[in-house]
Design a protein around this ligand. Sequence first.
Ligand code: S3P
Length: 431
Amino acid sequence: MVSKSETIVCPARTVRGSVRLPGDKSISHRYAMLAAIANGSSRLENYSTGADCASTLRCLKSVGVFAERADGAQSVIIRGLGPSLAAPSEPLDCGNSGSTMRMLSGIVAAQKFKSEMVGDASLSRRPMERVIKPLTGMGAKIESHGGKPPLRITGAGLKAIDYKMPVASAQVKSCLLFAGLLADGETRIEEPVRTRDHGELALRAFGAEVARNGSEVRIRGGQRLRGIEACVPGDLSSAAFFLCAAALFPRSHLLIDGLLMNPTRARLLDILMQMGLEISVTQLDEVHGEMVGTIQVDGGRLKGATIAGADTAVLIDEIPVLAAIAPYTEQGIEVRDATELRIKESDRIAAIAANLRLMGANVEENEDGLKIPGQQNLRGAVLESFGDHRIAMAFAVAALRAEGESLIRGAEAAAVSYPAFFSTLEGLVER
Ligand code: S3P
């Protein structure tokens, strides 16, 4: 059991230095899951160090897959079992990880065994109807606790589905692509707005054909995967905390290499540039279909922004930190169309509003977002992580420009995606 920790964050003068991020969480999950159902071994370098991606490895081990860290934990070796996994003798423990439960359910639903997927208190409150409904439509039997975990899945030979997703969710899209790969026939998924495409790219990297036409993705069942050697690009959603920290100070300077630059994830860079941060891309490569680059970042002005519609969906993980720095901007930040934020690891709209108010900010909280005026001076305060990694890290960033020190309760939540966050941040700030 992780002990509850408090972390003190003192105000900073600026942020300067070089940083390389641990592997992207979204890609790590997908590579590990596909490696498990591939033929042959995979070596995944720079696999995410976060507890969520460790949950995926733990679940894969429970279904008979060899999945172990190597090279001083820098890499993960996975020996694929092909499409048929082994019946688990224990529940699959997804911990705090919604990605593990939602995406892996697409694979276990296609197996010849029964399995149970469980999660921690936060995950047990999150909606799973979004995967239960289509997987049931494909032939699996799934019992849940009123649409929430635990999930008791009776696997079956699945049949393909033609499915129009009611919510924009890359996790659901990947779940159905993975189930579709193991199903009979061609699965067709239509998304309401374009979400991150790591599932599609990862499937192709492992040798499957995936077709896209506008908002529709298709996959033919029965294709075999083969193991890969890959280096997971640095997590852009983790980099967001350092980028927003840099945005707070006109003299800041950061160099980030090996960073994921996938266009379906990189909207944050556009928004921060529109707000006044100078970002130049000094190198750009494509590896297994994913764009990876080096960026150089210089602080400047910090104008405001409005995040709404399709932007909200693609910036969903970066909104907490953008909102946390909003009071320091010139025009403020407004977030709309973000009801999904209320059903993440915490109710992130309420968590952001509560912490900003504790720092003395004026905030308007709406059902689907927040309106945070700019040009506010905040004071250091005792802040809450609400057990949510992104809230803990977002408010460590906000605390850098407050007057007086802040204490973040439950700061250990950061380890869900980025265990070294606080020490890395300390190494970059100048006081
Ligand atoms: C993720 C998709 C998003 C995001 C989550 C990771 C993914 O969730 O919030 O952190 O890897 O597909 P939704 O699919 O629920 O929007």
